[in-house]
Structures are given as C-alpha cells and as structure tokens.
Design a protein around this ligand. Structure first.
Ligand SMILES: [Zn+2]
Length: 251
C-alpha cells in the first residue's frame, strides 16, 4: 500500500498533545526518518530490542512507535521475529512514476503560459542544488530543493489542488529517491534538466518544457530502477509463477 505513507515532515508532529514530545513520538520520528532516507534498508527485519538500543529509548516506547509505523504501512509485523520494513516494489515505482507523469506534464504545459519573472527568478535560485552520494543529510537537502523547484513550477501554473497533489506525491516518492541517489550522483544531470526547463518556460515554449520534464521523469525512474536492480534483496528473488499460490492471492 503506497497511499497510506505519510510524508515525514507532516507526520512527526501529529498526535502529540503534550508540550514535550513523548519518547514514543521521538522514536516514531527517528525510525520513520531512518526508513525514508534508507539508513534502515527496505525489507530489513527489525526488532523492538535492536531499535530501542540503536535509538536510545525504552522498549515500550519503541513498541508504541512500531505499532504506529505499522498503522501507516511503513513496517509490517512478522510473527515472533519483530517487524519487516516496507519493501520497495517495482509496482510502487511504476505506479508512483505513472501518477507523476499524469499530474506533472500537464502542469508544466500550463506553467509555460503563466509563469512570470518572479517565479523564474525563484526557479533559477533553486535549480542547481547538489549533494554527496551516500551522505543522507546532503541527499535530503538536495531532494528538498528539487521538490521546491517542481512545486514552484506547479504553483506558477495556478491550480493549487494540483500543487497539493504533487506535494503529496513527492513526499511518497522521497524514499525511492533516497534509494536511488545513494548509488549515483544525479546532481549535474538534474541541473542540466532544470536549466533547460527554465529556458523553455521563459520562452513560453510549452512543447519543449513538457519534453524536458518527461526526460527528467525518465532519468529519475531509471535511477531508481537501477538501484533496485543492484539491491541485495532483489538479487536473490527467484521469479516464479508458483509463488502466487503460496501468498493465497492466486486466481
Ligand atoms: Zn527536478
């Protein structure tokens, strides 16, 4: 289930009535963040004991945190063994990138007609972010700037509902991007794409703007798929039709 993942920034401060954060809230935020930036790899088996030691909190607090993470689909209980961190699946990647195309290509086409000088200046200020592959903090900053760039374009197209949908989508895609960015430095490629996009928008050239955005989608998806192809867990998966029956979902 992809739809029940709440972007980190919106979820950490939810459900905390007291002034001081409860230990379980802190644990929830810490573990969620570690999952999103892939410090805890997709598909990893984790336990209350190991996580409470790692994040320095009581087991009871970690238990509550894990229950909340299970409720949003980020981890899944495994009988007598703890929890498994939500895997990244090809279905997730395909579905999320498909939605991204459906929303963002018409948005950029509209923006080519409506973008103004102020918006172009703001786009120019955030277009060239870079990062150190494998450094989670710099990756997170880079992704934040990239999201800001794309949402600025959406805002200049003038439909705030589409902007909100895109913001939600980028939140859900954050973990995929982290997963891909660690393996490959995409900053120069992305700077080129963003520069070409600004030029097309400034010229009011909708066709080129859409083409450049579609290229960014394709290279971004290729980056994530490449990371999946190289991941240890996937390398050991045998693809076989017989497995369908085991999961009880055949037919
Ligand atoms: Zn971008």
């Amino acid at each position: 289930m992809v739809s029940n993942i709440i972007p980190f920034s919106e979820s950490v401060d939810a459900g905390n009535p007291a002034d001081a954060p409860r230990q379980s809230d802190v644990a929830y935020g810490d573990v969620l963040q570690a999952i999103i930036v892939c410090d805890i790899a997709p598909g990893t088996l984790v336990s209350e004991a190991s996580l409470s030691e790692r994040f320095g909190c009581r087991k009871a607090a970690m238990r509550a945190a894990l229950e909340r993470l299970a409720a949003i689909g980020m981890v899944e209980p495994v009988a007598r063994r703890g929890y498994r961190v939500k895997a990244i699946t090809l279905r997730d990647v395909n579905n999320l990138f498909q939605v991204r195309e459906i929303i963002e290509l018409p948005v950029v086409r509209a923006a080519a007609a409506t973008v103004d000088a102020g918006a172009l200046r703001m786009l120019d200020a955030v277009r060239a972010a870079d990062y150190v592959p494998g450094d989670r903090r710099s990756e997170a900053r880079f992704l934040h700037e990239n999201t800001r760039f794309h949402l600025l374009i959406a805002e200049s197209a003038g439909n705030e509902r589409l902007t909100a949908m895109l913001a939600q989508l980028y939140g859900e895609m954050e973990r995929l991007f982290h997963f891909g960015l660690a393996l490959r430095d995409r900053s120069q490629e992305m700077t080129r794409e963003h520069t070409a996009l600004i030029e097309a928008l400034a010229a009011g050239d909708a066709d080129t703007a859409v083409k450049v955005m579609a290229e960014e989608h394709a290279s971004s998806k290729a980056m994530v798929l490449d990371a999946i192809m190289r991941s240890d867990t996937l390398l050991d998966v045998s693809l076989s039709a017989a497995r369908r029956g085991e999961d009880g979902d055949s037919g």
